[in-house]
Ligand binder design. Structure first.
Ligand SMILES: Cc1cc2nc3c(=O)[nH]c(=O)nc-3n(C[C@H](O)[C@H](O)[C@H](O)COP(=O)(O)OP(=O)(O)OC[C@H]3O[C@@H](n4cnc5c(N)ncnc54)[C@H](O)[C@@H]3O)c2cc1C
Length: 358
């Protein structure tokens, strides 16, 4: 039986394990962290993603994480509604729940944590993978699903380090909050801000505030930075509990990220090594589909590997995905450059229609 080592047990590494197991591989997932990720906020997943998860065998178990249906319409800061009739209904999942579900489907026997890939050497018969603890092991194939700062990518395609996307910042938190938070429609505010409040299946509340072109103070806390943007998202004339919820958040619970991306690269594969997920293409979260696209990578890779030998399958996968991501980038750039909230929504709608019909 062909054996694959998958570096990284994020959503994409775990999805790849399920997909390649279906393609007939013995899978070995190796994760640097001591545990599968237990933090994070919510992920919006599209009907397209649910179909991909069903195709890699997770469909029947998705009910276990009670993905919530969420709104696919937007408001501006005065509460005016942009209804997006062409948008598919999204579902919102709590990221740690999806990770835990995928990890349990992979199973403990095929998953080891505390294993940081530091190097690999490829030869005609396979690949040897080296770990920070001094250990090494062999496989027929290595998948780099090791995220934004992928070690596998920097060996496979040197000079492709991730970089910050000029001034794009995100603040978010999950907390208990019993009072009414409104209908969950995201707001596209002034000064290129975006904000949302979502009720999760377990009753807790998630808020997210983001801004393109943000200027960050050296003296303010993350919570103060988030609060400073609330007036761009809410003019106070309509019911929106964002300020109340952010004020109720303990400072330690506020996650702040400066958005970083992977440059467009032309090499995703060699004869025995291949990239998937953020390791290959981390993009700005404003397209709300990095994880969805990574799950699609996992399914497509499994399809090619079930039909062909490893080297030709990897070449076919690379060609297929490079073309798709060239188009995703065009959509993402068009959204980020949108001059008004309305044009942002129109461009997002065009992107999602494309995603679901191609
Ligand atoms: C604020 C924000 C909001 C987002 N919202 C959405 C959304 O609504 N919908 C959506 O689809 N996407 C969203 N995304 C994008 C999504 O989070 C990512 O695209 C997705 O999580 C990538 O998954 P991954 O498995 O490729 O990478 P990661 O989740 O980064 O996983 C990589 C794993 O590899 C491990 N690792 C790293 N290096 C090594 C090594 N050397 N050896 C072994 N293991 C290693 C890491 O510890 C990690 O567990 C959002 C992103 C952000 C930042």
């Amino acid at each position: 039986m062909r054996r694959v080592i998958i570096a990284g047990a994020g959503i994409v590494g775990l999805s790849t394990a399920l997909s390649l197991r279906q393609a007939g591989f013995e899978v070995a997932v190796r994760e640097r962290a001591p545990r599968i990720r237990e933090t994070g906020a919510v992920l919006g997943v599209w009907p397209h993603t649910i179909r991909e998860l069903e195709r890699i065998g997770l469909g029947a178990r998705l009910d276990e994480i009670k993905a919530e249906r969420s709104f696919v319409r937007y408001r501006d800061f005065s509460g005016a509604d942009f209804t997006m009739t062409k948008m598919p209904p999204a579902r919102t999942v709590y990221r740690p729940q999806l990770s835990a579900l995928l990890a349990s489907a992979v199973g403990e026997d095929d998953l080891r944590t505390g294993k940081e890939l530091v190097d690999y050497i490829e030869d005609p018969a396979g690949v040897t993978v080296y770990y920070a603890d001094g250990d090494h092991e062999r496989a027929d194939l290595l998948v780099g699903a090791d995220g934004l700062n992928s070690r596998v990518r920097t060996i496979l395609a040197p000079g492709t380090e991730s970089h910050h996307q000029g001034g794009h910042h995100v603040w978010r938190a999950v907390l208990p909050f019993d009072r009414d938070i409104g209908d969950g429609a995201p707001v596209l505010g002034r000064n290129r801000t975006r904000g949302t409040l979502i009720r999760l299946a377990d009753g807790s509340c998630c808020w997210v505030i983001a801004q393109f072109g943000a200027t960050i103070s050296t003296t303010m806390t993350s919570k103060e930075e988030a609060l400073a943007r609330v007036s761009d998202l809410h003019d106070g004339t309509w019911p929106f509990a964002l300020r109340e919820v952010v004020l109720a958040t303990p400072q330690d619970s506020v996650l702040h990220s400066r958005v970083a991306v992977v440059p467009a690269i032309s090499r995703w594969a060699s004869d025995r090594v291949v990239l998937a997920g953020d390791g290959a293409h981390a993009m700005s979260p404003h397209i709300g589909s990095g994880a969805s696209l990574g799950i699609e990578d996992a399914r497509v890779l499994g399809d090619y590997l079930s039909r062909a030998d490893i080297a030709p399958a990897l070449t076919a996968y690379q060609d297929d995905r490079l073309d798709r991501y060239r188009q995703v980038r065009q959509h993402a750039d068009a959204m980020a450059a949108a001059p008004t909230p309305l044009s942002y929504v129109e461009r997002f709608s065009e992107y999602l229609t494309w995603l679901h019909t191609t």
